[in-house]
Design a protein around this ligand. Structure first.
Ligand code: TSB
Ligand code: ZN
Length: 583
């Protein structure tokens, strides 16, 4: 799906779409006040204060009608510049715009755009006339806190999208419908993968048995890979004392993303937002020689983060998450080699899951602004060169985000686009020159001297939560055999004659560790077949006279019409191989 924000022409058009929307709302609701109306990946929105009036779908239809009227009227969109005083005077009755003006830097050129009877404070640019905003659609309305803060007033956010012609708009709306069908929240509910409940809380999904199977498969899969790569897995508590997070620096720099602390006896705890401090302590528990490095400490670790209530989304953005985390302790010379192993693992995993659409984003330091970063010029230069070198070696395309490195080191993120909403980061690998110092970690080098290791924070799946959300959308819920909650559904053609054989086949498959369901309900074959499709079970066995008499099975794959018959023995071999190869 096209990313409107990244397309220059569509960006301008959609921004003008937001103004058109605001003008129409102002016509229909003269008391309306407007906060911001930006362009987003999926079009535009405007946050509006309508007092006690709550908009519904029908209101959107009326607003759209009004927008069409304004377009027909065809006013030009005219830019004007204002001094700060003029702007403050012009918008003196509008607290939101006053707020925006006050937030602007002293030397900002304040501009307004006027179309007919409507003027909005705006940086622009815009199309020349409202006539150009002919092909648009309002998509939905939802609540949004002023400045995204739940302590503030709830505004109403109207979403829309605009194109330069009807075909593009139609195509986009069609894709949008398909995307909604792919939304992991919808599929997750339909296939009983996860649920949520107000009594547990926002952003705290409950994994249902089907979801738990998928998650366990993911855990086993990545655990095995990490074991082969020399990772040591640990278990650590999902709380730490405030002092731990003061030592790591999170208390000073990450506090707004953390849950508030709680006192127990004399100790003050926080639910942890990250696992690095715990892993630093584990590394520090022993004396290390350079010969022991790299040391790789991995954990499937539960973390808690405060995410704005408007931002939480299914399994994709949660407040309680489980990271596929590891901290790799290396000498500076080992950075390149270890980073290469991480990238190789990422590529390997994405290949196994058939993930093809993703972007590498390499966040580097701004060399013009060195004071902003951990002070070790040689280390930065060496590390950044190594990261580039590795990505080039793999032939990976990547975007260099200059100035976006963290204070403590450069990083690589892998970004993907979910069915609905803006891009998200799945995998990440972040270099850290600082944290080992904060915890006074060391290794003894070949001259017998103490040195500080460098840490690579890395999460291949990111979190199991987010990765599962993404895989649900990639597969539309039709998981491969090895991942599906039920891999094989068995249907006896007639319970009276074929149930015994079907039961035997089920037992044999289960002995082979395969997840099977025997559908022995007294329902028609066609009905059972259709239901297996709805449940998106990857494979269905149909067992009748012929199969029973010849010790055979007939199988049909999800969404296919063809049936294949095989000897039972052969089938067991075939299916074991398929599952092992993760096909
Ligand atoms: C990799 N300390 C590092 C770790 O060692 C760390 O926490 N990095 S992180 O902050 O980038 O988080 C790791 C991954 O968790 C992200 O790449 C992202 O895929 C996933 N993630 C982050 N926030 C959320 C969230 N709210 N819900 C689901 N997944 C999330
Ligand atoms: Zn970390």
């Amino acid at each position: 799906m096209i990313n409107i924000k990244e397309n220059e022409e569509l960006s301008v058009l959609n921004h003008s779409g937001a103004h058109l929307l605001a003008q129409a709302v102002k016509h229909l609701y003269p008391d309306a006040l407007f906060w911001v109306g930006p362009v987003i990946t999926d079009g535009f929105y405007y946050d509006i204060d309508l007092g006690s009036k709550k908009l519904n779908e029908e209101d959107l239809v009326s607003i759209e009608k009004e927008m069409k009227k304004i377009v027909k009227d065809g006013k030009r969109i005219v830019r004007s510049e204002l001094t700060r005083e003029e702007a403050l005077e012009k918008f003196k009755n509008d607290p939101y715009k006053i707020d925006l003006i006050n937030e602007m830097e002293e030397d900002t050129v304040i501009t307004c755009y006027t179309q007919g009877d409507f003027t909005d404070l705006c940086r622009g640019p815009h199309v020349e006339s409202v006539k150009e905003i002919k092909y648009f659609k309002l998509l939905k309305v939802s609540g949004a806190y002023y400045k995204g803060d739940s302590k503030n007033k709830m505004l109403q956010r109207i979403y829309g999208v605009a194109f330069y012609n009807q075909e593009d708009l139609n195509e986009y709306l069609k894709e949008l419908e398909e995307a909604k069908e792919r939304d992991h929240r919808k599929i997750g509910a339909a296939l009983d993968i996860f649920m949520s409940h107000d009594l547990v809380g926002k952003g705290m999904p409950l994994w249902l048995p089907n979801g738990a199977i998928i998650r366990k498969q993911l855990e086993n899969y990545i655990y095995e890979k990490e074991q082969k790569l020399g990772y040591h897995h640990v278990y650590t508590p999902c709380v730490g004392t405030v002092d731990l997070y003061k030592t790591s620096g999170h208390w000073d720099h990450y506090k707004e993303n953390m849950f508030p602390s709680m006192k127990v006896d004399e100790e003050e705890f926080v639910l942890r937002p990250m696992n690095c401090p715990h892993h630093m302590l584990i590394y520090g528990n022993e004396i290390h020689s350079y010969r022991d490095l790299p040391i790789r400490i991995g954990e499937f670790a539960t973390d808690f983060r405060y995410e704005a209530s408007g931002a939480v989304k299914g399994l994709e953005r949660v407040r309680c998450m489980c990271q596929n985390d590891a901290h790799l302790f290396v000498t500076p010379e080992q950075i390149g080699e270890e980073f290469k192993k991480v990238v190789s693992l990422i590529l390997d995993v994405y290949k196994d899951f058939g993930i093809k659409k993703y972007k590498f984003r390499l966040s580097l330091r701004d060399p013009m602004d060195k004071e902003k970063y951990f002070d070790d010029d040689d280390m930065w230069n060496m590390a950044e060169d190594k990261l580039r070198e590795v990505l080039n070696e793999f032939g990976c395309e990547y975007h260099e985000a200059i100035g976006e490195a963290a204070f403590y080191g450069p990083k690589l993120d892998v970004e993907v686009k979910p069915a609905v909403g803006p891009e998200i980061t799945l995998s990440t690998c972040q270099l850290d020159f600082l944290l080992p110092r904060k915890f006074e970690l060391s290794y003894i080098d070949s001259n017998g001297e103490k040195q500080t290791p460098v840490v690579l924070h890395r999460a291949i799946f990111g979190t199991f939560d987010r990765f599962t959300a993404f895989i649900i959308e990639e597969t539309k819920g039709a998981f491969p055999l090895w991942l599906a909650p039920i891999s094989i559904n068995i249907i006896p053609v007639n319970n009276e004659y074929h149930l015994e054989y079907a039961t035997r086949v089920k037992e044999i498959l289960e002995e082979n560790g395969i997840r099977v369901n025997l559908d022995s309900r007294n329902e028609k074959l066609g009905y059972k077949m259709r239901e297996a499709q709805t449940r998106k079970i990857p494979m269905t066995l149909i067992l009748g006279d012929k199969e029973r008499d010849n010790k055979e099975i007939s199988y049909r794959l999800y969404s296919e019409k063809e049936t294949t018959t095989m000897k039972l023995d052969e089938f067991i071999e075939f299916i074991n191989l398929k599952i092992k190869e993760k096909k």
